[in-house]
Write a protein that binds this ligand. Structure first.
Ligand SMILES: [Zn+2]
Ligand SMILES: [Zn+2]
Length: 412
């Protein structure tokens, strides 16, 4: 019987897992913050060069490796590289050796898995035809790394792909992948609002415009955006994560600041929510007799991640052929956000983003039977987040290879 392209390319997987695990534990032990992925990108460059890729630095610590292998489509696969300002509490033998920094979102696993796929695709180049582009992105956690690569000329420095892929390790059972068509991650907007009052002695409120009362009233009124202005069933989150004003009991301050986080799955709903926030803040300022216009400063903005139907269907079919139907789940929409989609959007090409299971399957099953998954399985950004290496790493490599070959296979 003839082997399929992915069987041929993945035949060498077992013998690669040793060094891949070493890379993974090394990256985990030495996490680097956003835009400071200097050692990580050096490792990536060395490996890609050794595998025969032509390697380009883009956006500071960003690295792209291109393997041109004859006529055919071009596929781009992306991994993010940065860690978080979190103090690790996993107790793992390969826990972070850097105080206060941890790979708490699994980007070390994304890097290792894509390096594994890059090696297998290079070794197995006889089984496929086209161009394989591996992209290692800085600073996903601050929503700025993909944009930094685009601003540094990504679309002119790299061949235009026909399709783009990314994956993210999540607290779903290891050994599974999950995909869905349409929105899979929300758009995220952070917003700093400054409102102005008039300061006075705490004993003379009549001399003031009190920004504390103003800000409190804004917080309450903002809650009506989701409950009263958003259609039931439509998704939006409006969170006031910080509210700061004043410093002592007997002084009425002259300003208050609010930090908001907003999540949506739809451009129209997003525009409506942002407009409502500004309208309410301006209205409350006017009601309070605020002496100055409020200020709005947007930051940490993440685009919507919405999977293309045809690409997702094609990749899902390939996953099912490789992993079996049991291991390929339908992804629940996540309220988290990602900046990956800016890359395919910059090239104007379709993409799919899948979730990679990282939770110990036994622990997951036990928690699921008690209905305590959300409490018992440490999620991304938790100091206890700890994907099981086996089979997560192997699945991550396979998923990238299988997805790529669903476009690049010689069998078509
Ligand atoms: Zn994260
Ligand atoms: Zn992440």
């Amino acid at each position: 019987m003839r082997m399929s392209s992915s069987e041929t390319v993945l035949a060498g997987l077992e013998s690669e897992l040793g060094w891949l695990q070493e890379i993974y534990t090394r990256l985990h032990r030495h996490p680097e913050l956003s835009f400071e992925e200097h050692e990580t990108s050096k490792i990536v460059e060395e490996k890609l060069t050794a595998f025969g890729y032509s390697v380009t630095r883009i956006g500071g610590t960003g690295v792209v490796g291109v393997l041109a292998n004859g006529v055919g489509p071009a596929v781009l696969a992306r991994a993010d590289m940065d860690a978080l300002p979190v103090t690790e509490a996993t107790g793992l033998s390969y826990a972070s050796a850097v105080n206060g920094i941890m790979h708490a979102c699994g980007h070390d696993l994304h890097v290792s898995a894509l390096l594994g796929a890059a090696k297998l695709m290079a070794d197995g180049r006889g089984a496929w035809s086209g161009t394989y582009i591996t992209l290692f992105q800085p600073a996903e956690e601050v929503g700025a790394g993909s944009q930094a690569m685009i601003d540094d000329g990504l679309v002119t420095k790299v061949p235009r792909p026909d399709v783009a892929f990314a994956q993210h390790v999540m607290p779903i059972p290891a050994g599974t992948v999950a995909t869905t068509i349409g929105p899979v991650l929300s758009a995220g907007d952070s917003l700093k609002i400054t409102v102005y009052g008039k300061g006075a002695h705490g004993s003379m409120p009549h001399m003031s415009v009190d920004p504390v009362v103003l800000a409190a009233s804004i917080v309450l009124r903002l809650q009506s955006i989701v409950s009263r202005e958003t259609k039931p069933g439509d998704f939006a989150v409006v969170t006031v994560g910080a509210l700061n004003a004043g410093a002592t009991s007997n002084i009425i301050p002259d300003r208050a600041t609010l930090l908001l986080n907003i999540r949506t799955y739809d451009a129209g709903i997003r525009a409506g929510v942002l407009a409502a926030v500004e309208r309410i803040v301006k209205g409350e300022c006017s009601a309070a007799g605020s002496p100055r216009e409020p200020e709005f400063e947007y930051y940490d903005q993440f685009p919507l991640t919405s999977n293309d139907a045809a690409v997702t269907e094609r990749v899902r079919t390939a996953f099912t052929a490789r992993f079996g139907a049991e291991a390929v789940r339908t992804a629940e929409r996540q309220t988290a956000s990602e900046d990956f989609s800016r890359i395919p959007d910059a090239f104007d090409v379709p993409y799919t983003f899948w979730l990679l299971g990282g939770a110990d399957p036994d622990a997951y099953r036990a928690a699921a039977s008690k209905g305590t998954v959300a409490r018992d399985i440490p999620a991304n950004h938790s100091p206890s987040f700890a994907p099981v290496i086996d089979p997560t790493l192997s699945m991550g490599v396979q998923a990238h290879v299988v997805a790529a070959l669903s476009y690049l296979s010689r069998e078509g």
